[in-house]
Ligand binder design. Structure first.
Ligand code: TRP
Length: 339
């Protein structure tokens, strides 16, 4: 049993509040880390962080697959801890345990037009990718409205997420302004916080994403990291050792920039001149990644038989989240003069 200190509910010395979250899709990958998680860990010292497991959001695309949600939640929270999120400083909680999110979602749904939602580029992309032209659900179209409720119910000032989430944060800002104009000043207008590597390439050069199947997991074992990198595409014009390379088009180089920053200056000219071959370059990256990911593997081993500890961490997070949302909903009801 882990003991969690509770006295930090509101720390006035901090520079503002952060809310961010992820859908529980199971174990996380390097793209999730570089796009958002790393930032969460970095920011928790200076900001009051809240992190949600967006389980209702899973229903937008997979309403029938509820039996895997709890397992995926635990797997994901284990990776959050492996990255260094500290449950004392950063409460972690489950969206569906905090029912007020759904009330605020309903109220917000009256403040946004359907055509505005249809124009959301993230939604448009999904309609195209998943062929949803005729079959998109009402709840799926409202995905970003629920996300706005997630963010604003904590009166967050900043939302650290990957670049793909920018359209949702933009809509959140519009909804906050609209609520404040119609009723009363309740919500801050939050800013997005991107990382430098908010769009990490996967093993095929496209954005790293589980649905594409081009990921390296944070808990990938060393042999599998080696195999995956061996098969990764590099500069298509660099076929054999000695050919000059173009690091700017090479995903292996991009991963060096992120995970081997100390050597990129040396690697770049050697790749360009042809002196450095892709096999050696990949071996070097493999070793760096194995080393970098070691703490994630250790952390998973530790929690593999201590899943009750994860449940305790979430229960504590739920409790702390509830304190904040009930105060916000009081403000909302007062501003709207009913509810
Ligand atoms: N849409 C986010 C994702 O797919 C998950 C999410 C839901 C979220 N609510 C949020 C992210 C609130 C940031 C803030 O990863």
């Amino acid at each position: 049993m882990i003991t969690i200190k509770n006295e930090k509910a509101v720390d006035l010395a901090k520079k503002g509040r952060i809310l961010s979250g992820m859908r529980p899709t199971g174990r996380l990958h390097l793209g999730n880390y570089a796009g958002a998680l790393e930032n969460w860990v970095e920011l928790q010292k200076d900001f009051e962080n809240y992190h949600l497991v967006a389980d209702w959001h899973v229903l937008t695309t997979k309403p029938g697959e509820t039996d895997v949600i709890l397992g995926n939640t635990i797997d994901m929270v284990i990776d959050w801890l492996g990255a260094g999120l500290d449950p004392d400083q950063s409460p972690m909680f489950i969206q569906s345990n905090i029912k007020e999110h759904s009330e605020l979602h309903l109220l917000f749904s009256m403040l946004v037009t359907t055509s505005r939602l249809e124009r959301n580029p993230a939604v448009k992309e999904q309609v195209k990718d998943l062929g949803l032209e005729e079959t998109m659900s009402y709840g799926h179209l409202g995905y970003p409205v629920l996300q706005a409720a997630d963010i604003l119910i904590y009166k967050a000032n900043f939302v650290p997420v990957g670049e793909d989430q920018a359209p949702h944060v933009e809509l959140t800002r519009e909804i906050a302004r609209r609520f404040n104009t119609i009723y009363d000043e309740v919500f801050p207008v939050p800013d997005i916080k991107l990382t430098k590597f908010s769009r990490l390439p996967g093993l095929d050069g496209q954005r790293m994403s589980k649905s594409v199947g081009n990921v390296i997991l944070l808990t990938e074992d060393p042999e599998s990291i080696k195999q995956k990198l061996r098969k990764a595409v590099t500069d298509p014009q660099k076929i054999r050792m000695g050919d000059p390379g173009h690091p700017e088009v090479c995903l292996v180089f991009n991963l060096h920039e992120k995970f081997n920053p100390g050597e990129v200056e040396a690697i770049e000219p050697e790749c360009r001149s042809g002196k450095l071959g892709c096999v050696a370059c990949k071996d070097n990256l493999t070793n760096k990644l194995i080393e970098f990911l070691e703490p994630f593997r250790k952390n998973r081993e530790y929690y593999e038989n201590r899943k009750d500890d994860i449940i305790d961490i979430i229960k504590d997070g739920d409790k702390r989240a509830r304190e904040v949302v009930s105060a916000t909903m009081d403000d909302v009801h007062k501003a709207m003069k009913f509810g």
